[in-house]
Design a protein around this ligand. Structure first.
Ligand SMILES: Cc1cc2nc3c(=O)[nH]c(=O)nc-3n(C[C@H](O)[C@H](O)[C@H](O)COP(=O)(O)OP(=O)(O)OC[C@H]3O[C@@H](n4cnc5c(N)ncnc54)[C@H](O)[C@@H]3O)c2cc1C
Length: 318
């Protein structure tokens, strides 16, 4: 698999990550942004962003994010869609693992936001990594010819279920609310031969044994009885509001509320690693705050990589 080296790898392509990339690219630092899905972050799902300075009050969060991403790419940032599932923070070069390849960088920036959630279905935590997964692109191939379930109705659930249809013999799509009729991708998914849509159905329990998931128990709203399905994989895509730090293990300090601990320069407790935006679990989760964090980290990284004593401001052009 490909190994790519850069000065900076930024995990997360929201306003925090894209702003950081804009500044580091302009400082001539080789910058890679790894983003699992440009449609699922907090700004991407914001219907209308009326309070970001200087933009039209009718603009959607998605449109603003596209502008930010395009601007960073225009200055040289290498934006890639990839879900990070692990990092190694030891040593001078930080290593980032994705299904698409391994990335190594002198500076690592964590900008995955706070749209995560704690495991909340019965059995979810018990079988995490043993049949329960949050990444079809990472784990889908393990389920070739087997039955799996996808839980959730958001855009990410639809895209990940599409990936799974290439491998699994059957994909059970469990949605507590039905997807909209005008959602073309969801309707196309439902029509696929190896998809069974469990409409208005709740996941009650993930069943398993020592070797992992063996099935799930569901409760359709239209029936009095629960039903048990035999399958081997459960892919969960529910929204939440918890900092996304699961890929870090216990390699950096977190606050009690789950946010990453940083100093005034957005440096974490691990040298060469910064954290910006909602992943810090700031009390003021706003796009402009996330963008500001990205700028601060970028300038601190420029100083760190070039062993400068002082921060060099972006507007001093020689
Ligand atoms: C419904 C809603 C409405 C809001 N309205 C406003 C508003 O009107 N004005 C305002 O200023 N703010 C608003 N906010 C808050 C604002 O959107 C956030 O504060 C801001 O988007 C945080 O930016 P971020 O870059 O830290 O995270 P996010 O925008 O959440 O971006 C994180 C990115 O990281 C990616 N990612 C996550 N995990 C991984 C992984 N393992 N590997 C690779 N990539 C990963 C995600 O796909 C996403 O693209 C709103 C938030 C919500 C949820």
């Amino acid at each position: 698999m490909e190994t790519i080296e850069a000065d900076i790898v930024i995990i997360g392509g929201g306003p925090a990550g894209c702003t950081c990339a804009l500044y580091t690219s302009r400082a001539d630092l080789k910058t890679v942004i790894l983003d699992k899905n440009p449609s699922v972050g907090a700004l991407a799902v914001t219907h209308q962003i009326a309070n970001y300075p200087g933009v039209d009050s009718e603009m959607s969060g998605d449109a603003l994010l596209t502008l930010m991403r395009d601007q960073a790419v225009r200055y040289g940032a290498d934006y890639r869609r990839a879900q990070v599932f692990g990092v190694d923070l030891a040593g001078d070069l930080k290593t980032v693992y994705t299904p698409e390849g391994t990335f190594k960088a002198k500076a690592l920036v964590l900008a995955t936001g706070a749209m995560g959630r704690p495991a909340s279905f019965k059995g979810e935590a018990d079988y995490l990594g043993r049949g329960v997964s949050y990444c079809a692109t990472c784990d889908g191939a393990f389920y070739r010819g087997r039955e799996v379930a996808v839980v959730g109705v958001n855009k990410e659930a639809v895209e990940e279920a599409q990936v799974l249809t290439k491998f699994a013999s059957k994909v059970h799509w469990i949605t507590s609310n039905d997807p909209k009729q005008e959602d073309f991708h969801a309707q196309e998914l439902i029509r696929r031969d190896n998809v069974k849509h469990w409409s208005k159905t709740r996941l009650m329990l993930i069943n398993g044994n020592d070797s992992g998931v063996t099935g799930i128990t569901v409760k359709p709203r239209s029936k009095d009885e629960e039903e048990t399905l035999a399958l081997e994989g459960v892919f969960v895509y529910m929204s939440g509001s918890k900092p996304i730090t699961d890929f870090l293990g216990d390699q950096i300090a977190l606050k009690e509320d789950g946010g990453v601990v940083v100093d005034d320069f957005m440096s974490t407790t691990s040298e060469g690693v910064w954290a910006i935006g909602d992943i810090r679990n700031t009390p003021f989760k706003q796009a402009v705050v996330a963008a500001s964090d990205g700028c601060i980290a970028a300038m601190a990284i420029d100083r760190y990589l070039n062993s400068r004593k002082s921060i060099r401001v972006d507007w001093v052009h020689q």
